[in-house]
Design a protein. Sequence first.
Lengths: 148, 148
Amino acid sequence: MNADAAPPARLARTPSWLISTAAAHGHRLVTDGFAAAGARGYHYRLLAALDEYGPSSQADLGRRTGIDRSDVVAALNELAAKDLIDRSPDPADRRRNVITLTPAGARHLNELENVLAGIQDELLAPLAPAERDQLIALLARLVDHHAR
Amino acid sequence: MNADAAPPARLARTPSWLISTAAAHGHRLVTDGFAAAGARGYHYRLLAALDEYGPSSQADLGRRTGIDRSDVVAALNELAAKDLIDRSPDPADRRRNVITLTPAGARHLNELENVLAGIQDELLAPLAPAERDQLIALLARLVDHHAR
DNA sequence: ATTGTTATGTTGGTCATCCCAACATTGGCC
DNA sequence: GGCCAATGTTGGGATGACCAACATAACAAT
């Protein structure tokens, strides 16, 4: 976003615009932070899912992270090229690959976690702690509702 | 987003994730709604800016809507092809074009406003009126702060 | 057990939003 | 008059989200 001049007033109070503008700011912070660490959003999501659920198939990773199967393939290729994950065929189901987090992957995930933590502070800077909780709770209800 | 299975827990309470997920839902609603009306986000933003500020140069439109100059060109080409805007050289400054909303463009803007209004309700459905105001106020503070 | 259906990984696209670099033309400033 | 800034335009590229098709393999039903 440029934002040298004022946006149309009708937009400035439209919830969907506020949300997407706030998201754009957050997205920029996250993208820049991750880029500095040599990663992007898909990488973090996949590494976090692997850390939380342990070795998984690609399809499971896709379902858990909300990333399309085909995009999972591409992102895992990139992660595998950096030895952050290991991809090997599943002996129990030969359609599947078992994706495992490598030690290097775990370290990288840790780094991304730190980046992300710093960004939350920056993003929520203008809000007091109680207000942050409020915002988080309201957004969580929105997200829950639409996740059906 | 797919969301068949649960996302990593560490994400589910991360503000930047909540905001971008909420934005993704809103974005999908808006995109689908606009697509049904034959438009996309850039078109609405430009038409709304034209309606609010009157005839403008492309550079001004870009600054007001936060759309890059180069993307303004493309979007205006599309709007002009449908006769929703008029593009003519500015006699007072021959570098500029004067972009004007046509009657058809104003009608189309109206249609998009209606679509958008319906979407706000859908997006905020799980929140009571007072909570909606709260959310809007909090987001507005976030956006103001980061717009510097 | 053969048949039909579903799941998986993969390839190869599309689309929208955002962003950047370069260029020629034109205005304005000194 | 000469330098710098603004403008419209072209042509990229990155990211995130999504879709269609396909071969292989597992599974279900009869």
